[in-house]
Design a binder for this molecule. Structure first.
Ligand code: HGY
Ligand code: MN
Ligand code: MN
Ligand code: MN
Length: 420
C-alpha cells in the first residue's frame, strides 16, 4: 500500500488482508449482479443470504450472536472482565448498484480483528462486539441508519416495523419473511456500548487525490431527505395548449434543475440530489398527472442546510401554484451534522501514524451508523481510500493494501479501547 510498512503497533499484532478480501468477495456473491457489483437491498432474499453467511462466520469464531427486534445482529466475544463491549460494526445491506466494500468492510474487518486476537491467544479486558445494523442505506425503507436508530432508541421500534418501502412491503413483514425478527431487546439502556469504531471506505475522492492511506473521520455532514408527491391533470399531449397544462412532470423536472442550481449557488459542501423519480401514467402522449420524487440535501453546516431546505420548499410551493398542481411533502430522514468525540478522532490519527500510515482528518459526506452510535457512546470512524472516489456504483473499489491498513488501524484502535 502507499506507506512502507514499519513495525506494527504495541504488541506486534498485524492483520494480513488476504482472508478479509476473500470474505468480502464471498459476501459479494450474495446479491451479485450480472455485470459485477452487488444488489443486496435491506431485508431482501439477498440480504438474508448475506446475513446467514456473516452470522455463520460469527458462530465459527465462537461469538455469542444476538438478533434484536429490528434485525440488528451483534456477535460478542467475552473479555477477561464483564461490562459494556467495545463494538466494531457497520452494515451489510447495499444500494441497488452497490459494491463489495460499503458497509461490509467494517463488519468483516471486525471479524478479522476477533480472529487475529483469537489466533494469538489474546483476550481483551473489555468484551468485543461485531455488529451489523439493519437497513443502513435507507434505499428501500427510509430513513437510513434505521437499525442503529432503533438500537440506540431514537426511532421507536413500532414505527420502524410499520415503515413501508418503495415497493410497498413493510419492515416488520420483511423481517418475519427472512427470519430475522429477533428477540433481543433494543434501546441504549439495555445495550450499553463502551465505545464504537467503524471502518468504512471514504466513498469520496479526498484520500486518493492526496495519496493518503487513512482518514481520521471528524464527523458526518447533515442530511435532509424529502419526498414530494405531485398531483396534476393528465391530458392529451397533442391537443392541450401549454397555458392550460397542469403538468406534474414539469414540476419534477424543474426541481431537478433547481436543486443543482441551488447547490452551485450555495457552494461550499452543499450537495443536492434527485435520486428517485416516478411519473404517471408514464406514457409518451399523456401529460403526467402524477410525480413522486425525492430530494437529498447535505451540508456540513447546519445553518446552510436549513437555508437550502427553506429555499427548496419555497420554490416548489411557488411553482406548484403557478402550474396549478398539488404537492404533498414528507420528510424521509433528517440528521443534523455530527462531530465525533475529539479523543476518538485523535486516537485514530495517532494509531494510524504509529503504524506508519499517512493519515489526515476529514468529514464524512455519507451517513453512517457511527453517527447514531455517537448518541450513546464515544464513536469514531476510520476511512480508507475509494478508487476514483466512487461508491454506490458497481465499480466501487479499494486497493487490498488499503483494506489491510484500515483493518490494522481498527485492530489497534480497538485494542487500546478494550485494554489487555
Ligand atoms: O445515504 C447515505 O449516506 C448512506 O449511505 N445511507
Ligand atoms: Mn455505508
Ligand atoms: Mn452506502
Ligand atoms: Mn452510509
Amino acid at each position: 500500500n502507499r506507506d512502507a510498512r514499519r513495525a506494527p503497533g504495541a504488541i506486534g499484532l498485524r492483520i494480513d488482508g488476504a482472508r478479509l478480501l476473500a470474505r468480502l468477495r464471498e459476501l459479494g456473491r450474495r446479491g451479485a449482479l450480472e455485470g459485477g457489483g452487488v444488489c443486496r437491498l435491506a431485508l431482501t432474499d439477498a440480504d438474508r443470504e448475506g446475513r446467514d453467511l456473516v452470522t455463520g462466520w460469527m458462530r465459527e469464531l465462537g461469538l455469542e450472536v444476538r438478533i434484536d427486534a429490528i434485525g440488528n445482529v451483534v456477535g460478542t466475544r467475552a473479555g477477561t472482565e464483564a461490562g459494556a463491549p467495545v463494538m466494531m460494526g457497520s452494515h451489510i445491506d447495499t444500494v441497488r448498484t452497490g459494491g463489495l466494500y460499503d458497509g461490509n468492510l467494517g463488519v468483516l474487518a471486525g471479524l478479522e480483528v476477533v480472529e487475529t486476537l483469537a489466533a494469538a491467544g489474546i483476550r481483551t479486558r473489555r468484551p468485543l462486539a461485531v455488529a451489523f445494523f439493519t437497513n443502513e442505506e435507507g434505499a428501500r425503507f427510509a430513513p437510513d441508519m434505521m437499525g442503529s436508530l432503533v438500537f440506540q432508541g431514537d426511532l421507536p421500534l413500532e414505527a420502524a416495523l410499520a415503515t413501508r418501502g418503495i415497493d410497498g412491503a413493510t419492515v416488520g413483514g420483511e423481517l418475519e419473511r427472512i427470519g430475522y425478527a429477533g428477540a433481543a431487546p433494543v434501546g441504549a439502556a439495555v445495550n450499553p456500548v463502551h465505545a464504537y469504531v467503524e471502518l468504512h471506505v471514504e466513498q469520496g475522492p479526498v484520500l486518493e487525490l492526496e495519496g493518503v492511506a487513512i482518514g481520521a473521520v471528524e464527523g458526518v455532514q447533515g442530511i435532509s431527505w424529502t419526498e414530494f408527491t405531485v398531483t396534476g391533470t393528465s391530458n392529451h399531449a397533442g391537443t392541450t395548449p401549454t397555458r392550460l397544462r397542469h403538468d406534474a412532470g414539469f414540476l419534477a423536472g424543474s426541481v431537478i434543475r433547481f436543486a443543482r442550481e441551488l447547490a452551485l449557488e450555495l457552494g461550499g459542501d452543499q450537495v443536492a440530489t434527485v435520486g428517485f423519480l416516478e411519473l404517471g401514467p408514464n406514457l409518451v402522449n399523456v401529460i403526467p398527472n402524477h410525480a413522486r420524487f425525492t430530494v437529498d440535501l447535505r451540508n456540513t453546516d447546519a445553518e446552510t442546510l436549513r437555508e437550502a431546505e427553506a429555499r427548496l420548499f419555497t420554490f416548489v410551493d411557488e411553482l406548484a401554484a403557478a402550474e396549478g398542481v398539488r404537492v404533498g411533502r414528507r420528510t424521509l430522514a433528517r440528521f443534523e451534522p455530527v462531530a465525533f468525540a475529539p479523543e476518538m478522532v485523535a486516537r485514530v490519527e495517532r494509531i494510524a501514524a504509529a503504524l506508519g500510515h499517512s493519515v489526515r482528518r476529514l468529514p464524512s459526506g455519507a451517513g453512517h451508523d457511527a453517527q447514531i452510535l455517537a448518541r450513546m457512546c464515544p464513536a469514531g470512524m476510520i476511512f480508507v481510500p475509494s478508487a476514483g472516489g466512487i461508491s454506490h456504483n458497481i465499480r466501487e473499489h479499494t486497493e487490498p493494501g488499503d483494506l489491510e491498513a484500515g483493518a490494522n488501524v481498527l485492530l489497534h484502535t480497538v485494542l487500546e479501547l478494550a485494554g489487555l
